[in-house]
Design a protein around this ligand. Structure first.
Ligand code: G6P
Length: 367
């Protein structure tokens, strides 16, 4: 087992570091520069069929569900089709309405999560079209779907998923591109996204180079018993996943909110004892996000920002983790990476069992 660790202290550390290579595997042979589109033959969908969907519904559990939210936003932005993500564990129990012109996407690292597998069965029983975004080849969900995109992340051992999630997010960018290019997304815009996707492995590597600084930030936040993760629109699922990872392995109460909702309730809890990790990308919402950071600071709360180089915090005294900029639609992919390291180093500081957190299983295959 030590050999498999390849010199790393934990599988999670190893899997985080493997991401530049595993993203490269995810995109290999799938980017078509000539037509600015992704080649996803495994979806088993013709352009005409792709064009026929008027809605996308994404289903997954835990982190896969949060990445599904990232994917829904990408699909809405690039393809302008209404898209949303739902916890498969809820969907399967609520007699969902299955529509013939909806593309259902099941997301799962293991391909064995029973809630997601049952959601797929329910969709199929009612005549819906479902494709998979799955890591494990030949798994139950992969076999049950009408087609799909494999993640090629390689085996993931740590319970807290990292490299599989990143490949899911990249997979959604590819699917969004495919759905966009049979609609109004131009060849040039497709090419813009392709170029950005191709740059991701190198950009991820540059984030990982900042691990020592992120470890220092983790020590600071690990001292708190409770923390908020906030983000809005593209940044909100990033915050949700960041909070999930943090609570899974550091056993600290971490709660995600939309930055925009802070003033509608959670702001009441802010004081010196409750730090906030704020996702503040450089995009059309930067100013609004900065205003929220200012409100938190004004109430005595400390803020750690996950942000881009050119975001100007002015007078605000805010420690920052800076990630490289990509195209706005793809920002969530990179913003998520430092939050993996933040959770990892918080758990390391606190001395917990990083690869096998209490009460959790890598994949929940029984009821
Ligand atoms: C479990 C794990 C989570 C994971 C979820 C979905 O609850 O603890 O980390 O995100 O299952 O797993 P899947 O294999 O379907 O992606």
């Amino acid at each position: 087992e030590d050999l498999d660790l390849g010199g790393y202290p934990h599988y999670m550390a190893k899997e985080i570091q493997e991401q530049p290579e595993s993203v490269a595997r995810m995109i290999r042979g799938r980017l078509d520069d000539r037509f600015g589109v992704a080649r996803l033959d495994g979806l088993n969908l013709t352009p005409r069929e792709l064009r026929g969907f008027s809605r996308v519904k994404i289903l997954g559990c835990g982190s896969a569900y949060y990445v599904g939210q990232i994917g829904a936003t990408m699909i809405e932005e690039l393809a302008r089709i209404p898209a949303d993500a739902e916890a498969a564990s809820e969907f399967r129990y609520r007699n969902p309405i299955i529509e013939a012109d909806t593309l259902y996407i099941a997301v799962s690292q293991s391909g064995e999560t029973i809630d997601t597998a049952f959601a797929v069965e329910e969709i199929k029983r009612k005549g819906g079209r479902v494709v998979g975004l799955v890591n494990v080849v030949g798994s139950t969900i992969a076999r049950a779907c009408d087609g799909g995109v494999y993640l090629h992340a390689g085996p993931e051992i740590a319970v807290a998923s990292t490299k599989a999630l990143t490949n899911m997010a990249v997979g959604f960018a590819l699917i969004a591109l495919s759905l966009g290019r049979v609609r109004d997304l131009s060849n040039a815009d497709g090419q813009r996204i392709i170029d950005a996707i191709r740059a991701l492995p190198g950009q991820i590597k540059s984030i990982l180079d900042f691990e020592p600084e992120i470890a220092e930030h983790a020590k600071a936040v690990a001292a708190a018993n409770s923390l908020f993760f906030v983000g809005r629109v593209r940044g909100y699922p990033v915050a949700r996943e960041g909070a999930q990872k943090f609570k899974e392995i550091s056993y600290r109460h971490a709660e995600a909110y939309q930055t925009s909702e802070l003033k509608h309730g959670p702001l009441a809890l802010i004081d010196e004892s409750l730090p906030t990790v704020a996702v503040v990308p450089s995009d059309e919402l930067t100013e609004r996000n900065l205003a929220a950071v200012q409100q938190i600071k004004a109430r005595g709360g400390s803020v750690l920002a996950v942000t881009h180089e050119n975001v100007d915090f002015g007078e605000l005294d805010v420690p920052r983790i800076v990630v490289p900029k990509t195209e706005p639609e793809l920002d969530p992919i990179l913003l998520t990476i430092p939050l993996q390291l933040l959770a990892y180093h918080a758990a390391l500081t606190l001395g917990y069992d990083i690869d096998k957190p209490r009460n959790l299983a890598k994949s929940v295959t029984v009821e």
